[in-house]
Write a protein that binds this ligand. Structure first.
Ligand SMILES: Nc1ncnc2c1ncn2[C@@H]1O[C@H](COP(=O)(O)OP(=O)(O)OP(=O)(O)O)[C@@H](O)[C@H]1O
Ligand SMILES: O=C(O)[C@H](O)[C@@H](O)[C@H](O)[C@H](O)CO
Length: 203
């Protein structure tokens, strides 16, 4: 083949890359909305906030300080799954707590290729953030139940774990580093979320 010829049609190139389809997950106040919007802007894909998919009854429940249960969350997760499926071809970012493995399984049923970006960190830091956040329905009293419900990503789940204490620009860079072909460097503290921990996720 002449070196100036275009590559054959089967050659993988940038155009062959699948657009990123991400769920930014974590407990209330972990920064899902803030970081999810920044990631979507950087990746030039649409963004959705799962808070906007809750029924009025679920919002009233959380506002009253009562945690949602599995039955409350199932129709909500299915509607987020539908959003992911509708954005699978072009890419997208949705911020959604996705606290349990079974909840992430519901999302994967609709969008098997989805990559989870877990903003992980300390309960005290998160409680301070939620208590200091004006105009949101979620009371700080629900932070403890969110941590009690949280099931971290398991080794077979497509995703990355990021340290929620990093600033937003740094978190975007952390994600990009973890998703790049070389992957992220090992975290400083393998037991925590000291950097970006690659859970086998590529997007
Ligand atoms: N990386 C960050 N560093 C410092 N503050 C942050 C960071 N990310 C978000 N915050 C702040 O923390 C608060 C919670 O952020 P945000 O609303 O994005 O969290 P969330 O996970 O979407 O919460 P919820 O699930 O309750 O909607 C906000 O006041 C936000 O400005
Ligand atoms: O699964 C849940 O309990 C909910 O998704 C909550 O996490 C809220 O939506 C959110 O965190 C508050 O904004």
């Amino acid at each position: 083949m002449n070196p100036t010829d275009p590559p054959p049609p089967t050659s993988p190139g940038p155009a062959a890359q699948t657009p990123p389809l991400l769920v930014v997950m974590g407990v209330t106040g972990s920064g899902k909305t803030t970081v999810g919007a920044a990631l979507a802007q950087r990746l030039r894909v649409p963004f959705a906030d799962a808070d906007d998919f809750h029924s009025p009854a679920s919002v009233a429940k959380m506002s009253a300080g009562i945690p949602l249960d599995d039955d409350d969350r199932l129709p909500w997760l299915r509607s987020i799954g539908a959003w992911l499926a509708a954005h699978a071809a072009g890419g997208g970012v949705v911020s959604c707590s996705a606290l349990k493995r079974s909840y992430r399984d519901v999302l994967r049923e609709s969008a098997p290729q989805v990559c989870f970006v877990h903003l992980a960190g300390d309960q005290q830091v998160v409680s301070r953030r939620v208590a200091g956040r004006p105009g949101h329905f979620m009371p700080a009293s629900l932070v403890a139940s969110q941590f009690a419900t949280l099931q971290p990503l398991q080794p077979d789940e497509h995703g990355v774990v990021l340290d929620l204490t990093h600033d937003v620009d740094r978190l975007v860079e952390d994600y990009l580093a973890a998703a790049s072909p070389g992957g992220a460097p090992p975290p400083a503290d393998p037991g925590g979320a000291g950097g970006a921990t690659d859970r086998g996720g590529r997007s």
